[in-house]
Design a protein around this ligand. Structure first.
Ligand code: AMP
Ligand code: ZN
Length: 111
């Protein structure tokens, strides 16, 4: 089982900020901004490359929920959503996740 599947299963603890039947959001263990949250599907999808017509409903649901999480976290001045896919992007956990970064003015350097 991958690290984030273990978090979904409750085998590894996390600081949850949102959960429903199909997705989970929790605080990043090594935050890169004052607010740094990871949003994941409960089903194992390896990365953005693994999104298909069959599983994309949960991705849509993640993006419908991100504004709710941002509001809950009082990210009134804005925030950034990032997903690292594969080696060149430095993906370290092979389970699809979207970073929500905010709580400060973020660097304009994207890559
Ligand atoms: P990425 O490098 O895009 O694959 O993002 C993986 C993220 O998972 C990193 O920002 C890590 O800090 C974070 N991370 C790794 N292990 C944990 C954990 N047990 N709980 C919360 N976040 C974690
Ligand atoms: Zn997984």
């Amino acid at each position: 089982m991958c690290l984030f599947c273990k978090i979904v299963a409750g085998e590894i603890p996390s600081t949850k900020v949102y959960e429903d039947d199909t997705i989970l959001a929790f605080r990043d263990i090594a935050p890169m901004a004052p607010t740094h949250i990871l949003v994941i599907p409960k089903v194992h999808i390896p990365s953005v490359d693994g999104i298909t017509a069959e599983n994309s409903a949960v991705v849509a649901h993640i993006f419908e929920t991100i504004p709710l999480i941002a509001a809950q976290e009082h990210l009134v001045s804005g925030y950034r959503v990032v997903s690292n896919c594969g080696q060149d992007a430095g993906q370290t956990v092979p389970h699809l996740h979207f970073h929500i970064l905010g709580g400060k003015e973020l660097t304009t350097q994207m890559a």
